[in-house]
Design a protein around this ligand. Sequence first.
Ligand SMILES: C[S@@+](CC[C@H](N)C(=O)[O-])C[C@H]1O[C@@H](n2cnc3c(N)ncnc32)[C@H](O)[C@@H]1O
Length: 250
Amino acid sequence: MQELRSSRDVNVDGFLTDALQVKAHLARYLCLSLEELETRLPTSTDDLADLHPGAFRPEDATEFYEDKVGTGHLLELAAWHLSSADYIADTLRLQGMAARGQVLDFGGGIGTHALSAAALPTVDHVWFVDLNPHNQAFVQQRAEAMGLSHKLSVHRDLGSTGDVCFDAVVCLDVLEHLPDPSAQLREFHQRMATNAIALLNWYFFKGHNDEYPFHFDEPSLVDCFFRTLQGQFLEVFHPLLITARLYKKI
Ligand SMILES: C[S@@+](CC[C@H](N)C(=O)[O-])C[C@H]1O[C@@H](n2cnc3c(N)ncnc32)[C@H](O)[C@@H]1O
């Protein structure tokens, strides 16, 4: 297996080279050869959608992400970060502008942003939160391989992070997965330090071909989300992306 690099290589260039060695890390975690992994990545978006039962009740979301998805999101997110590397790299550049002190990565997936934040000298600690136990174990393993485990802790939910106030909140491509994204915004607001920055995006859409059946898209939910966002946060301009946005607390 390819030699794992050190935390010095965890940066945007390292991401653009090989998505921070995600294939080597994933092959190790899933006990697959690199060749076997390559055959699984192209179908990973469809495979994840196929896990979804169809009509999705909000009360089923926790069980879906915690128990049903299994390793499906690891493969789907790895394939996405590899195929959309330029976009993800811009989100990492944006994170580099905002991340400092205590950083929350909520719904952190395969850990691209959490690990990159942990490698920043401006960051003291990253709190990686994700419902999926495979995502938690994978990111813990990656942090150890990269020599970053002393700056990153892994959690199932925000409740298990204690009472830390966050200086930066990262929540990318997660809000549309939540049955109540407005409540999640309010919780972020409560846990943010006075001058904290939140880095958020959202995609309340099931896809043109229903490839994201688990995304919530009800108009009333989206209205409620924007009312909370516009009532409690002020957008901070940045020049990098129009999808991912920065906010401070009002
Ligand atoms: C589309 S992925 C995004 C991952 C990562 N932020 C990225 O940009 O690649 C959504 C993630 O949110 C997690 N998730 C869904 N509901 C959650 C919840 N209520 N609390 C924490 N994580 C959740 C899923 O397990 C999944 O890893």
